[in-house]
Write a protein that binds this ligand. Structure first.
Ligand code: SF4
Length: 323
């Protein structure tokens, strides 16, 4: 591990000022410290933000909840208000990582975690996310776990978070110190020509909390397919949130994980289903629509199975929440 200095911050504005010179924020450390140990991240300075007053879950006027960036994942998943009003979020978090990691990891860190692409972690492989302009070993390498939506010739990595997929389906908003809030669906960036730029944050900006809008009546579910029964990242996951009134879907939200560099909202499928009774034929059609833009390499497409897996998972999720 490279030498670095360590500075504990006592308030948000001093943390942001300390980080302006290129430091990294340290909270749970469950991803950053791993990356530092392997020489992928080499910050010269860490600003410890664990003492900042950002560790509460608070009621908001109008019925929403504000989750501080330093709230541990376990606490979010076990909070009675989350479990009652936003069960899809609790399900998604409990589907991620291990109990030990969830006890340590924070909401802000979950948002900021980096891809688990094996080539990103292997310093002997070409990776433009790790070394801008270096190319992408995954394109012609083993890409079974990689993206099928929103990819570019520069990067085909996926965002690893389960939590963020549920937040995307819940229309959550990210609060950032010193600037306007950003919808979660706009927070992460697709790779384009700059895969190393992963979020819309400018260097040194700090996520302070996430807002959940007032809970809507209806049903929701988070489904995840992975290689192991636990402690594995999603091959594909789906968060579905549906409100049915008088036999019609008046609100449909579908978000996918494991398929893109960001939580992927299936807007066209949502639109197709809204106002309908969610019959099997329409669900089938919507699932196809959700994956219509998926792309695999002409050769070397180990991840080609993901499109059909995602279609099936969407169908299962929607059939489960329509009653
Ligand atoms: Fe790097 Fe992205 Fe290519 Fe993986 S997919 S090697 S993270 S550029």
């Amino acid at each position: 591990m490279n030498p670095f200095s360590y500075v504990p911050a006592t308030d948000t504005s001093s943390a942001v000022a300390l980080a302006a010179g290129g430091a990294k924020y340290l909270a749970g450390g469950t991803n950053l410290v791993d990356l530092m140990r392997q020489g992928i991240e080499t910050p010269r300075e860490l600003v410890d933000i664990t003492r900042l007053p950002l560790a509460d879950i608070e009621e908001q006027p109008g019925g929403g909840l504000r989750i501080g960036a330093l709230v541990r994942n376990t606490r979010v998943a076990t909070d009675e208000r989350i479990r009652d009003r936003y069960p899809v979020l609790a399900q998604a978090i409990l589907n991620g990582a291990s109990p030990q990691l969830r006890n340590r990891a924070t909401v802000g860190g979950n948002l900021m975690q980096r891809t688990r692409c094996g080539y990103f972690y292997d310093r002997h492989s070409a990776c433009g996310k790790r070394d801008p302009g270096a190319g992408c070993a995954a394109l012609d390498g083993f890409n079974r776990t990689h993206a099928i939506l929103g990819t570019s010739e520069s990067c085909v990595s996926v965002h690893p978070s389960d939590m963020c997929v549920a937040l995307a389906a819940l229309d959550a908003v990210v609060n950032i110190a010193g600037r306007d809030p950003v919808p979660l669906v706009d927070f992460h960036r697709l790779p384009g020509d700059t895969p190393h730029v992963e979020t819309m944050l400018a260097p040194g900006e700090l996520v302070t909390s996430i807002d959940l809008p007032p809970a809507q009546p209806g049903r929701s579910v988070y489904l995840k397919v992975r290689d192991r029964a636990s402690y594995a990242f999603a091959l594909v996951s789906v968060a579905a949130v549906v409100r049915m009134e008088a036999g019609r879907a008046t609100r449909v939200r579908i978000a996918l994980g494991g398929v893109a560099a960001k939580p992927w909202r299936a807007y066209e499928a949502e639109e197709l289903l809204t106002g309908t009774s969610l019959d099997d034929e329409l669900i089938h059609q919507a699932a196809g629509q959700a994956l219509a833009g998926s792309r695999q390499r002409a050769h070397n497409a180990h991840n080609a199975f993901k499109a059909e897996l995602a279609r099936r998972l969407i169908r299962r999720a929607l059939q489960g929440v329509r009653s």
